[in-house]
Design a protein. Structure first.
Length: 200
């Protein structure tokens, strides 16, 4: 009985949650992004990679990277059919959605062409800024905000949020994703200290 079960388990089709493909603009249908949106699958589409080069120095064919992140597990065959429907080439199983999401803009590859994170297309409720964030990114954003508060003498959390929303998206993301408590306390304690110093 046990040998039968193990045989069935070993012959089962492997299933995964995250997959990626490449899209070449000239061979994909004009409405390929609309097809992605209609699928309701959480996905990210990279900016157009038109500055990449091969190891030999030759420019690579302009392309997009797409990562699809399913709630349930899928087989490579199932996802390959979906990718083909909008002109996707290949079907790579992705072990880390965060690492691949960061690769969309080469965030961890300074030797490669860099692309803007604001140009990443988020589909199906996927949040790009939240996924790519690391503890180091959060610490850097908090450190930069502290410096800005000291340099500009900001004493209002409201004022900082308005500035971050308009000019510093990485600060704004940090503030709305657990960074606000530290900054509020810093502004409050800094203001209290400066006020007490003036009264002496």
């Amino acid at each position: 009985m046990s040998s039968t079960k193990s045989t069935k388990a070993s012959s089962a089709t492997p299933r995964y949650r995250n997959f990626a493909c490449v899209v070449y603009p000239e061979s994909a249908p004009e409405n390929w992004r609309d097809l992605l949106k209609e699928s309701k699958v959480p996905m990210f589409v990279s900016p157009l990679h038109d500055k990449d080069v091969n190891p030999t120095g030759e420019p690579k064919k302009p392309h997009y990277h797409v990562i699809a992140m399913y709630d349930g597990k899928k087989s490579v065959e199932q996802v390959s059919e979906f990718f083909k429907s909008f002109g996707g080439v290949g079907c790579e199983v992705v072990s880390s959605s965060r690492a691949y999401a960061r690769y969309l803009c080469h965030l961890d590859n300074p030797e490669k062409a860099q692309y803007k994170t604001t140009d990443v297309l988020s589909i199906g409720g996927a949040n790009y800024r939240v996924l790519i964030g690391t503890m180091a990114d959060k610490n850097l954003a908090l450190s930069e905000m502290v410096d800005y508060i000291n340099e500009t003498d900001i004493d209002s959390f409201f004022e900082l949020v308005v500035y971050a929303k308009e000019f510093k998206t990485e600060w704004f993301d940090c503030l709305i994703n657990s960074g606000s408590y530290f900054i509020k306390e810093y502004i409050k304690s800094r203001t209290w200290k400066l006020h007490n110093r003036e009264e002496r």
